[in-house]
Design a protein around this ligand. Structure first.
Ligand code: G6Q
Length: 554
């Protein structure tokens, strides 16, 4: 099997790049009036305009050829078939089964997983209905008013992002709280705002061994028991979501109050599983199903559409063009929507944890760039902050501008300012401002010739900076489901081209192992073992500050 850099399309792209690197997008638009119409896709309530990129039909033909030569279509089929494409963990990758509303059988080790997926969804729905209606009561017979979800990483970011994004659909009585950080300040501040008689804790952990989550969960249970004077019934106030039944029982949660999922659901792909219980509680069963439906629509499109009109494939390939050829090592996610303010952080984990790798699936080191650094924030706020670098800095960072087209729920006069800014920014990134234009602008503002000469160079913007514009028909559960699935599959396509296993996370596992030893040393439970001199000094300093009788650090 040839490596990526030996593929004919890879080589052809390099040759093509020697010309393409000097193209001006202004000229591409001037010479090709149909461009916006051609580089435009509509799918499952999403509109993607990818015309403001430094590419032509030939670039796309070569990129599509690269996808074929790298085996992207075969890997897509292998995922949907339930093959164990997560080779280092010997697992299938089946978040698509969680939203398989077609109900067609999906086999793992010869067993159709759909009946158990549907059974858990039914249990979640029954539980949500009871909590939302007020039938599920706390130990003093009062309805639940606050839900505290305790989890971290993949067991936190997805539910948090979706509950924020769909706030207008939230149940009016239920306040949602998310506790992820083990720094006790977050839990402390949350507990100040809730009452033990009316609070439901959901402990979210795939493994149920993650120390941050278990520490927060134990502290929350201690708080609950002590503030109810021991009268509180844990069974009415604590439920768990996990794959680890035994650890849930050991913690003291009745397995009857555990919602199950399976090892073939990766953490960062788990919001569609029982990890989405906070979402269902907040938004209701119907809206949760609409979210799944939107994602299922995108799954079907991804699996069946020709590569040429396949939205996740094209988004992935356009990214590859910059990362591997232009050398753009970062990528910006800029939603023009306050409800999507957690979306950049969610995509950051999805992309960087999936493709931040340097070995191929068969264990060879890569000799090309892989995942970019994903960063960003709400676009309109970014305009007053980091957009300066995007316009005039020396890095080229492609930007995804994301917004809801429908402004009807917005306060009068707001949505046009928001989208007006977004469209104007995209135009400015494309066109830039030439020296002549800068001079003309300054002259028109009444400056004299000397001032024009002095100031004009600073007012020059190179432009030619790539953007994708992604519009949601409206920010509703269905469109959001499609949007998230779009990015999941984009990440899949890039990982497939780079030959990576996008579904393991050994870097995260390392963090979990390393901390164990040092935590024992800090708490005084174990004697310090040899470390490098910097780590040893830091441990000694901590012990000196926090443990009695420790010698001072010289
Ligand atoms: C996600 C990662 C990671 C994981 C957390 C929480 O893909 O593996 O972010 O979700 O470390 O793990 P648990 O759910 O096992 O507590």
């Amino acid at each position: 099997m040839p490596t990526l850099t030996q593929l004919p399309a890879w080589r052809a792209l390099w040759k093509h790049f020697t010309r393409a690197r000097d193209w001006s997008m202004r000229e591409l638009f001037d010479t090709d009036p149909e461009r916006a119409q051609r580089y435009w896709l509509e799918q499952d309530g999403l509109i993607l305009d990818y015309s403001k990129n430094r590419l032509t039909d030939q670039t796309l033909t070569l990129l599509l050829q690269l996808a074929r030569e790298a085996g992207v279509p075969e890997l897509i089929e292998a995922m949907f078939r339930g093959d164990k494409i997560n080779v280092t963990e010997d697992r299938a990758v089946l978040h698509v089964a969680l939203r398989n509303h077609a109900g067609t059988p999906i086999l793992v080790d010869g067993e159709d997983v759909m009946p158990k997926v549907n059974a858990v969804l039914d249990r979640m729905a029954r539980f949500s209905r009871a909590v939302r209606s007020g039938d599920w009561v706390g130990y003093t017979n009062q309805p639940i008013t606050d839900i505290v979800s305790i989890g971290i990483g993949g067991s936190d970011l997805g539910p948090l992002m979706v509950c924020e994004a769909l706030k207008p659909y939230a149940h009016p009585r239920l306040a949602m709280h998310f506790v992820s950080n083990v720094d006790s300040s977050l839990l402390k501040e949350t507990l100040k705002r809730v009452h033990p008689e009316t609070t439901l804790f959901i402990i979210e952990s795939k493994t149920f061994t993650t120390s941050e989550t278990l520490t927060n969960a134990h502290t929350a249970r201690d708080w609950f028991l002590s503030s109810t004077g021991g009268a509180g019934k844990v069974a009415r106030h604590f439920v768990a979501v996990s794959t680890n039944r035994k650890a849930v029982a050991d913690f003291g949660i009745d397995p009857a109050h555990m919602f199950e999922f399976w090892d073939w659901v990766g953490g960062r792909y788990s919001l569609w599983s029982a990890i989405g219980l906070p979402i269902m509680l907040c938004l209701g069963e119907e809206n949760f199903h609409a979210l799944l439906d939107g994602a299922h629509g995108m799954d079907t499109h991804f699996r069946t559409a020709p590569l040429e009109t396949n939205m996740p494939v094209l988004l992935g390939l356009v990214g590859i063009w910059y990362i591997n050829f232009f050398g753009g090592g970062s990528h910006v996610i800029a939603p023009y929507d306050q409800y999507l303010h957690r979306f950049p952080a969610f995509i950051q984990q999805l992309d960087m944890e999936s493709n931040g790798k340097q070995s191929t699936r068969d264990g060879r080191p890569v000799d090309y760039e892989t995942a970019p650094i994903i960063w960003g924030g709400t676009g309109i706020n970014g305009q007053h902050a980091f957009f300066q670098l995007l316009h005039q800095g020396t890095h080229i960072a492609p930007i995804d501008l994301i917004a809801s087209l429908d402004g009807r729920g917005s306060l009068p006069g707001h949505h046009e300012i928001l989208l007006g800014n977004m469209f104007a920014q995209a135009e400015a990134f494309l066109r830039g401002k030439t020296l002549d234009e800068a001079r003309a602008e300054l002259r028109a503002a009444g400056l004299d010739a000397a001032a024009v000469r002095a100031l004009a160079p600073f007012k020059v913007f190179d432009g030619n900076r790539p953007t994708n514009t992604l519009l949601l028909q409206r920010l509703d559960p269905r469109c959001l489901g499609a949007l998230i699935a779009l990015y999941e599959h984009k990440v899949f396509v890039q990982g497939a081209i780079w030959g990576l296993n996008s579904f393991d996370q050994w870097g995260v596992e390392l963090g979990k192992q390393l901390a164990q030893t040092i935590v024992g040393e800090l708490s005084g439970e174990s004697v310090p073992v040899p470390h490098d001199s910097s780590t040893a000094r830091l441990i000694a300093l901590y012990r000196q500050k926090n443990l009695d009788g420790e010698p001072s650090v010289e």
